[in-house]
Design a protein around this ligand. Structure first.
Ligand code: GLC
Length: 485
């Protein structure tokens, strides 16, 4: 079985969110499955854009140039594919400077065109390889144009495209790739044509991909169920409901080699469940770095994420004064919508020794926050899976999470399940409920023995891709192939 992953992001080459980690970790895990020696062609391919920010290693090898029809019409586009041996998979960077040699990954006015180019170039490269592709695994709306091209290929009798099953993973149901009529030419579509679907105003690319893929999943069973309801479905719940058992959730994992406090080079000291004293050194190091008193034992709250309304930074901002009054300190790291950081910027200016804002995407600092905080916060409004709670568990920092999606699937509340809990879970998306949950956690922390047992249980949770979700994806690929036939 030959499988290729197509995505807009992959760690460490380009990342704005968890999508990048998942694409990288899943590709690597697939290559490590026992089936990779028998049934699955390995290493698997991962295709993504060569953005300006991608650091192309010297070892990259350019494939012979390819010409593809420009989705917008006009002269063919010249494409170079750069092959990079990644750790366990083959990365293939789609190099089309007019589309990707720009500053930001997203939010350009011609995004529909850019991602239509990505998909068309990726399919052309895969077809040129000369072996049938059994499964194209696409991720989020950026890769939906591949389904338009498959439909076009089927119409003209292209056996390669016809034979290929498509599995779509929805990491974020909030972004649809909505393309209004006036932009349809960017996708090579005209309003009213059959391939453009039935919406008179434009094309919802994510919806198109959901309708046309053999299988569609999201990244936790909990969110898969929530997404079928109007409250979480983002307008796509009626479409998802038509899929029946072709819509389901597979919980993401984390790579235990990438996220390991016993070998993490970003940390001031390493530690493990058996020898945890290094964690105290990490805490002192973190507090010193952000200008806090390293000897104050008051609870230190860490929060990391995209500055996006989804993540609930506002709940922390609104609860911050209560938390500070109770002696808590907080370290917030985020990048994205800068306005969401305004309240923290103001608080940090007022209380520089108790509130720190790191307004950038800093991999090493993130690791120090996971390790050095006392509690890790994820008050998301919705969360298809979430990765921070898994990392913080592994780093012995109990998470405080909202009961939603993948957070509810991966954190067990210490009061609801005494002796089995790994963190703290709250229901209402209000600052009061969030502050109350942090208060409960801080109370637990005063009982050193029970706290230590709670940390041990969290550190022992196994989120390993290779033993967990990668085999489930492989099983889904088999099903997708069967459905295509
Ligand atoms: C998106 C989702 C997040 C998920 C990630 C990786 O960023 O919002 O919940 O963990 O994708 O699948």
């Amino acid at each position: 079985m030959r499988v290729a992953l197509l995505a807009a992001e992959c760690e460490p080459w380009a990342k704005t969110g968890g999508l990048a980690d998942v694409v990288d970790a899943l590709a690597r895990a697939l290559g490590r499955l026992p089936e990779a020696r028998t049934e699955l062609h390995a290493p698997v391919d991962v295709l993504m854009p060569r953005y300006r920010s991608v650091r192309v290693p010297d070892t990259a090898v350019a494939e012979p140039a390819l010409a593809i029809p420009d989705p917008q019409g006009g002269e063919p586009l010249e494409v170079t594919i750069l092959d990079v041996p990644a750790d366990g998979y083959r990365l293939r960077l789609v190099d089309v400077p007019s589309a990707f040699d720009r500053d930001a990954l997203y939010d350009h006015p011609d995004d529909p065109w850019r991602f239509a180019v990505l998909c068309r170039a990726a399919l052309a490269a895969l077809e040129r390889d000369g072996t049938p592709l059994d499964v194209l695994h696409v991720h989020d709306w950026h890769t939906a144009p591949a389904l338009l091209d498959r439909a076009r290929g089927v119409a003209r009798g292209d056996a390669f495209l016809d034979g290929m099953a498509v599995m779509l993973t929805v990491h974020n149901l909030a972004y649809h790739g909505w393309t209004p009529n006036e932009q349809l030419p960017q996708l090579g579509l005209e309003p009213g044509e059959r391939l453009a679907g039935t919406n008179p105003d434009g094309v919802d690319l994510l919806l198109t991909a959901i309708q046309r893929s053999e299988l569609v999943n999201t990244v936790s069973p909990g969110f898969a169920a929530e997404a079928l309801t109007p409250a979480f479905g983002m307008g796509l719940d009626p479409t998802l409901r038509t899929l029946g058992d072709r819509w389901f959730g597979i919980l993401n994992g984390i790579d235990p080699g990438v996220w390991d406090p016993s070998s993490d080079p970003a940390l001031a000291a390493t530690y493990s469940s058996e020898a945890r004293s290094g964690k105290a050194a990490c805490r002192r190091d973190l507090l010193t770095r952000v200008g806090f008193d390293p000897h104050d034992d008051g609870v230190v709250l860490g929060m990391i994420g995209r500055l996006d309304p989804q993540k609930g930074f506002d709940l922390l901002a609104d609860g911050a004064r209560d938390l500070l009054a109770q002696g808590a300190r907080m370290i917030v790291q985020g990048s994205g919508h800068a306005a969401l950081a305004d309240p923290f910027r103001a608080l940090a200016a007022e209380e520089p020794r108790r509130v720190a804002l790191i307004e950038r995407f800093d991999r090493d600092m993130a690791r120090r926050i996971y390790a050095g905080s006392d509690l890790f916060l994820m008050p998301s409004r919705f969360e298809p899976c979430g990765q921070g709670q898994m990392i913080s568990l592994r780093y012995g920092t109990p998470p405080v999470v909202r009961r939603t999606g993948g957070l509810a699937d991966s954190v067990v509340d210490a009061d609801e399940r005494p002796g089995a809990g790994t963190g703290f879970v709250f229901d209402d998306a209000t600052p009061e409920a969030f502050v109350a949950a942090i208060g409960r956690a801080a109370a637990h922390r005063r009982d050193a023995t029970a706290w230590s047992a709670l940390l041990d249980r969290g550190m022992a949770v196994d989120f390993n891709w290779v033993t967990g979700s990668a085999p489930t994806y492989l099983e889904a690929y088999r099903r997708a192939v069967a459905l295509r036939r």
